[in-house]
Design a protein. Structure first.
Length: 119
């Protein structure tokens, strides 16, 4: 069944833009998405690519919950145990300035792309 909602097409933006390329952080680090999505609160679908099997999590900037670790996997966390390269998709809400935070369990070459977002 297909549900069509014309107003949704105005809210959903498909991107595919790389927003981070470098070494992951083992402490919570800000990731400013405002250059791509604007300085807005948005629900963002991100894709993580790592060179090693790793674990990590995303959260809204300002959130202090530590939902990170071997029992915390959900839509905002990742665990990569498959064959290299290691991919994961996560859903995270930005703060009002378009910023999220992320953490990994080890330093590894990592890229993060925005797949899409909803305002």
């Amino acid at each position: 069944m297909e549900v069509r909602n014309p107003s949704l097409s105005k809210a959903l933006t498909v991107s595919g833009v790389e927003v981070f390329s470098g070494n992951s952080s083992v402490a919570w680090a800000d990731l400013d998405l405002s250059g791509t999505i604007g300085a807005i609160r948005a629900l963002v679908l991100v894709k993580v690519l790592s060179t090693v099997n790793t674990q990590g999590s995303f959260r809204t900037k300002g959130d202090t919950d530590e939902f990170y670790g071997p029992t915390a996997y959900g839509c905002a966390s990742w665990a990569m145990y498959s064959a290299s390269p290691y991919h994961a998709v996560c859903l995270v809400m930005t703060d009002a300035a378009g910023v999220i935070q992320w953490i990994a369990n080890q330093v590894a070459a990592t890229t993060i792309d925005i797949i899409c977002w909803i305002k």
